[in-house]
Every structure is written in structure tokens, then in C-alpha cells.
Design a protein around this ligand. Structure first.
Ligand SMILES: [Cu+2]
Length: 524
């Protein structure tokens, strides 16, 4: 089961990462991997008879944007153009450099023309969407600068908060960090019937952490190799690409759609004033009914939808959405990933520290309001007994081997699939992930949280075991599930509709880029 560490990939990765320490977004970073694999696979499935309801040109460009007073910040971002569709299908978040919000109805046929104008190979992954394998943004489909990749797919997902970001192997962390990410919101009749706050009362909130130098430029992985083991942790919290984010609200209810778009930071969300969180949705859309939590973890890649009512507060009232402290595990020795030890670099806002995320100000009084719906949607439970391997789940051990994070001791190879990574189209399975951590890191035992993401599928969490943690929202549909050190999670996943090669991986983007990612093959 164990594989030898792949020296070539490791070198390629370290090379890719070193770019970040010498001037972010300023140089050419393309061409790290085998072009014979990635060469110009434009789109084998584009069909002449595809009649899109929504047609969008999405272009990745280098740009400079004002984030702080003074010098503009060099970023990479998505600019977009609506070629066909309702005007509100494509919305730029005001004052944000993040990608536009793409809005589509369930059942819509979507065409997206991705053009690459950044000096690196790239490809876009539609995180959470159930699409054919060659529409999913697998790294083998990367396109070089100057080329276009045509996506055509039908939106089969239920209403929910999905998102998109680059997925070139070894450079995902760098490119997402640079600004390439956006929301993909799906609507349907069931969501509409639920009667949730909409329009200006439905607020997208993309949470990311960043570090900037004295010239307002992004700094990536200042901790070098040590920081690869833990993942990038920034010292500024940005919401929708904006620092010190303030949300001015009216005295009424809101729907807040939270995405953790950070490379590796985990948030333990709570209201500063002690009121519980009212959670109405997760990765795969609305829950059946609202649930309350004193706090909730949000790992990289995960989404959480909150309902909150400010009607009982006076104008002028202020509160905050905060991240509460938690034990973020240890990688690279007992000193917490170089946070203090080794003298290599100082992390001012370590993972698991306490900080404000969003400042809320009640700014105006309104009289109309919408109550919290007691019924949100229908979530069809997968019967565990329908899983073909219910009594012998497919097992995945997450641990460090040879100073790299692995899944079952393996790391990513572009088209590699092991015998135990092949599933049959039309079946349902139980997959069991063990965060065994363990192994020796660079300076000792390595134990870290790992948010595990499956491409192309929504799944249901069957049960958790191992160490006991609270604060998860495992209800409803998920595409990313967080495992704290020592934890075990069983999920139920169905392999419907589409055969082909898909990814599963840790969504700590530095872990992913290191190769904590594998293919699984859906055999038709
Ligand atoms: Cu990980």
C-alpha cells in the first residue's frame, strides 16, 4: 500500500512554492508539470447542439486592485462577461476583486468559456457541482496562457452555495491565494418556497486570510517548507476580499452565506453576543429545518448558511461574528508549526486563535420582516443499507509519511488510480476516513485537521468516531468534511450519472498541492 515518495513531484512542488517568497504574482509560474499529460486537451465533450440558457466568458487575468490605502495590490482575478442569460446571473461583489457571483437555476444549461491570461497553467473546478468528469476541472485539463477551455453542463444540483476556483496540480494554493475564486449560487423552486430573506438581505460572505508586506503586496508562505506542512495561515482576515469587513444591517432577518475560501485556516464561528448560530444550510444547500449551535466549525472549502434576525436590536447596536479559539493540532513538532519554535517566522494570528471576522452594525429601522421558516427543504436520506459495502467500508487513512501528507500512504499522480480507488457507476458506498495523523513530521509528531473534499458528488455524513468534538453541522448534503486529529468519519456517497476520473483530496490547499490528493475512477 505504501508508495515511495515521488522525488520529482516534491521538487516540482517546492519550486512552485518558492515563487511565492520572491514577489507575489509578478513572475511567470507556468510549466511545472508534464505537458504531454496536460497539453491542450481543449474539450472533448463540447457539443455543437448545446443550447445554453446561460453563457459566460470568464477570464483569469493579472490585475492591480486597491485593498488598502496607498499602493494597489497585485492579484490574479476573474473578469467576466455575460454573453447570454438574465442580467442577475452574473454579479460582481461591490468593491471586491473576487470572481463574479454566478447565479443559475437548477436545470439550467450553462456554458462557461474560461480563458487563461495569467502566466501559468490553470483550470477551473466547480466545487460542489455534480458535472461530467471532463467538466470538473481535473488538473489534467489545465490550459496554458492564451488558451480557452469550454465548459458545458447542466446544473443538476439542488439550490445552494457552491463555488469555483483553480485546480492546477501543485499551484492551486498559489492561484486561489492570488484572488482566483468566486461563488456559484444555484436556485430552485423548493428554495423559493421556503421564504428566506432574498435580494439585499441574502449576503454572500467569502472568508479568507492573507498576509501583506509593507507595500500592500500579498505574501505567500513566508515560513517556507515548514508552512507547507501546516498550510498557509495569514495574519489579516478578509471578507469578500475586503479587510476589516463591516456589514450594515436593518432591523430584520438575513440569510448569510458563508464560504471558507481560505487556503488552510479553520474558523470556529460564533456570535460575539452569545446568541446561538441558526444554521439553515451547508455545502449542498438547505437543511430540512434550522438547527442551532453555540458555535460551528468551518473548514477550508466548506459552506454554512446562517439565518439571523436583528429586529430586536436598536439602531446603533453592534455585534460581531467571531472565530473562537480551538486546538488546531500540531505539525512540525510541539511548537505548533513554527508559530513560535525554530525562530523561522512568527505567526501573528495562528490557526485556532480568537479574532473578529465581521463587524455588524444595525444601521436602519424597517418594519417588514420575514420569520424563520420551520421547514426549509426535503433532504432525502440515503439508506445506509443500500451501500454495497455497508459491512466493509472503503477505508482512507490520512497520515504523514516521508514528510508529506498522504492518503493511505499515497500521493497524487496525474492519472493514477489504485485498485481500491475504483467504484461502479450507479452504486452507493460507505467511505471511511481516519485522521490518524501520526508519523514523524519535520520535528516530531504531526497531527492536523484535514478537510476532505470529493469532486463531483454530494454525500451524507453517516457517523463520526474517535475523539469527540462538537460544533460540526453534519446534517444535509456535504461535499467537504472536516476531520480533527484522531477523528474518524463515515460518509455515504452515490456514484450517479457520470463515469470517469474524479478527485478526492484534502482541501487544505498546501496539503493538496503537496499531493494529499488522489483520483477515484467511476467505472461505467
Ligand atoms: Cu490536509
Amino acid at each position: 500500500m505504501k508508495q515511495k515518495p515521488t522525488i520529482l513531484n516534491r521538487r516540482q512542488f517546492l519550486k512552485a512554492v518558492s515563487i511565492g517568497t520572491v514577489g507575489f504574482m509578478s513572475g511567470a509560474v507556468g510549466g511545472f508539470f508534464d505537458r504531454s499529460v496536460s497539453a491542450a486537451v481543449q474539450n472533448p465533450r463540447a457539443r455543437a447542439d448545446f443550447m445554453p440558457d446561460l453563457d459566460i466568458a470568464l477570464t483569469a487575468i493579472p490585475d492591480e486592485v486597491p485593498i488598502f490605502p496607498g499602493l494597489a495590490t497585485r492579484v490574479w482575478r476573474y473578469k467576466s462577461e455575460l454573453i447570454k442569460g438574465e442580467p442577475n446571473s452574473l454579479i460582481d461583489i461591490p468593491e471586491s476583486y473576487l470572481g463574479p457571483i454566478i447565479r443559475a437555476n437548477k436545470g439550467a444549461r450553462v456554458r462557461i468559456r474560461l480563458t487563461n491570461e495569467v502566466p501559468a497553467n490553470t483550470i477551473v473546478h466547480w466545487h460542489g457541482l455534480h458535472v461530467p468528469a471532463d467538466m470538473d476541472g481535473h488538473p489534467r485539463y489545465v490550459i496554458p496562457q492564451g488558451q480557452t477551455y469550454l465548459y458545458e453542463f447542466e446544473v443538476k444540483n439542488r439550490a445552494g452555495t457552491y463555488w469555483y476556483h483553480p485546480h492546477p496540480h501543485g499551484q492551486t494554493g498559489y492561484q486561489v491565494y492570488g484572488g482566483l475564486a468566486g461563488l456559484f449560487l444555484v436556485a430552485d423552486a423548493e428554495e423559493k418556497a421556503a421564504g428566506l430573506p432574498s435580494g439585499e438581505f441574502d449576503i454572500p460572505l467569502v472568508l479568507q486570510d492573507r498576509s501583506f508586506d509593507g507595500d500592500n503586496q500579498l505574501v505567500y508562505l513566508p515560513g517556507g517548507r515548514m508552512e507547507l506542512m501546516t498550510g498557509f495561515i495569514g495574519d489579516r482576515i478578509l471578507v469578500n476580499g475586503i479587510p476589516d469587513y463591516t456589514l450594515a444591517v436593518a432591523t430584520r432577518s438575513y440569510r448569510l452565506r458563508l464560504l471558507n475560501g481560505s487556503n488552510s485556516r479553520i474558523y470556529r464561528l460564533a456570535w460575539q453576543n452569545g446568541q446561538p448560530l441558526t444554521v439553515i444550510g451547508t455545502d449542498g444547500g438547505l437543511l430540512e429545518k434550522p438547527v442551532e449551535r453555540q458555535y460551528a466549525f468551518l473548514g477550508p472549502g466548506e459552506r454554512l448558511e446562517l439565518w439571523v434576525d436583528f429586529s430586536s436590536y436598536p439602531v446603533g447596536y453592534e455585534t460581531m461574528l467571531v472565530s473562537l479559539p480551538f486546538d488546531a493540532g500540531v505539525a512540525g513538532g510541539p511548537m505548533g508549526g513554527g508559530m513560535m519554535g525554530g525562530g523561522r517566522y512568527l505567526r501573528r494570528l495562528p490557526n485556532g486563535s480568537e479574532f473578529p471576522i465581521i463587524q455588524i452594525k444595525v444601521q436602519r429601522r424597517v418594519t417588514e420582516n420575514q420569520p424563520l421558516p420551520q421547514r426549509l427543504s426535503f433532504v432525502s436520506r440515503i439508506n445506509p443499507k443500500t451501500a454495497i459495502n455497508y459491512y466493509s467500508p472503503r477505508q482512507f487513512y490520512l497520515f504523514m509519511g516521508h514528510m508529506r501528507w498522504t492518503i493511505n500512504g499515497r500521493t497524487f499522480q496525474m492519472t493514477d488510480v489504485a485498485d481500491d480507488e475504483i467504484v461502479r457507476l450507479g452504486t452507493t458506498e460507505v467511505w471511511e476516513f481516519y485522521n490518524t495523523g501520526g508519523g514523524m513530521g519535520m520535528m516530531g509528531m504531526a497531527n492536523m485537521p484535514h478537510p476532505i473534499h470529493l469532486h463531483g458528488k454530494q454525500f451524507q455524513v453517516l457517523e463520526r468516531g474517535g475523539v469527540a468534538h462538537s460544533g460540526y453541522v453534519d446534517e444535509g448534503w456535504k461535499d467537504t468534511v472536516l476531520l480533527m486529529p484522531g477523528e474518524r468519519v463515515r460518509i455515504l456517497v452515490g456514484f450517479e450519472d457520470y463515469p470517469g476520473l474524479y478527485l478526492y483530496h484534502c482541501h487544505n490547499l498546501e496539503h493538496e498541492d503537496m499531493g494529499m490528493m488522489r483520483n477515484y475512477f467511476v467505472k461505467g
